[in-house]
Design a protein around this ligand. Sequence first.
Ligand code: SF4
Length: 390
Amino acid sequence: MTTDLGVEPTPLALLLLGRQSDPASERGTACPGELPPASDPDLVDRARAAKDALGERLFILGHHYQRDEVIQFADVTGDSFKLARDAAARPGAEYVVFCGVHFMAESADILTGAHQQVVLPDLAAGCSMADMASAEQVAEAWDVLTDAGLAGDTVPVSYMNSSAAIKGFTGRNGGTICTSSNAEVALRWALGKGQRVLFLPDQHLGRNTAVGRLGLSLDDCVVYDPRKPAGGLSVEQLRDATMVLWKGHCSVHGRFSLECVHDVRRRLPDVQVLVHPECRHEVVGAADLVGSTEFIIKTIEAAPAGSTWAIGTELNLVSRLAKAHPDKTIVFLDKTVCFCSTMNRIDLPHLVWALESLVDGRVVNRIEVDPRTAADARKALDQMLALPAR
Ligand code: SF4
C-alpha cells in the first residue's frame, strides 16, 4: 500500500498510527490507570464531554506533529515555544494539557503560574534528541571547558528541544535558549558576548545556522561526543572552535538523506524541496528552502496553486498540509514513513483518560519542574525573549 504522499507504511508505523494493535504496546509506560481501549467507538464523544465539563478550567495545547485524532481537541496549535507562551497567556486555565512531548510540558510548567498544573497524557512521550544530552554529561563537558581555561569565553546556547535541567544549566552559565526560528539571532548574540558557543543538543541546527546563516565554515565547528573522554576533542580543537556542537540529533529529521532529495527531483522535476534545519547539513544544502515548522507552514500557505513541494519534516504535519492544500502537490521527502514515534504516543485513549481523570478531580501525569531548576531555566528563556527581533 502506498499513501497519497508517496510513502509506504510499515507495520510499526501503522501501529503508531493506531491502525493496528499490540497488547504489549504500553509496556514500560507509566500510566497509573485504566486506559480506554483504542477500539472504543465513543472515544471522540467522551473527549468532547470531558472537555465541555471542564470548560474554561482546561486549556489543551497541540503540537503541529500530533495526530489528527488529538489535534481536533486542541484549543491552540503551534510549535513548542508558541504553545508554552500560549499557556502562559491563559492564567485562568487551571489545567494545561500538553499534547506534545516531555520537554515541551516542562517549558509550559516553567512559564505558567504556580496555580496552573501541566499534564502530559502519556509520560512515555519523550524526545530522543532531548535525551541525548543529560545534565551529568553537560556538567562534565563544562568541566572539560573549565579545565582547558575556555569556559569563561564560551556561551551556552540550548535549543528549546532540551530538558529543563539543560535549560537550567544554560541560564546559570549566562546563555540563552533558541528555537529553530531565532537560532541565527541567538548565535549572533552569543558570539558578540564570547569567543565560542557550546550548542546543545542538536548538532544539525547548530551547524546549519552557523554555516548557512552566519557564514562560518565547517572547520569552525567541532562535535563534542559525550560518550568519549573529553568529548573526543583536544584542548587545541576546543580552543580553535567557534562552535562546539553537541553530538545530538533528531531521529525524525536525521533520517532524510541526500539521496531522498536527488530521488524526489528525479521523480518530480518541478519540485521545490523544503526542509527543517534539524536535517543533516548536506540535505539542507541540497534543498531549495530551509526553515522552522512555522516557516514551512507559511511557505506552503503562500505557495501558488499548482506548485509542487517535497517537505522534509514530521509526517503528521506534512499529511495535514497536503490535506489543507489540495490545489498544490505536496509529497513527503522520504519514501518510507517517518513519524515522531514519541509524539505519536499521545493518542485518543490517553487524552480521554487524562481528561476524564481531571473531571473526577484527579490530576494524572503532572509535569513539575523543581523551583531551582525552573528559576535558572527561566533566566535562559527570558534571555531568549530579550533577543532582538530579526
Ligand atoms: S520530532 Fe525530533 S526533536 Fe521533535 S520531539 Fe520528535 S524526536 Fe524530538
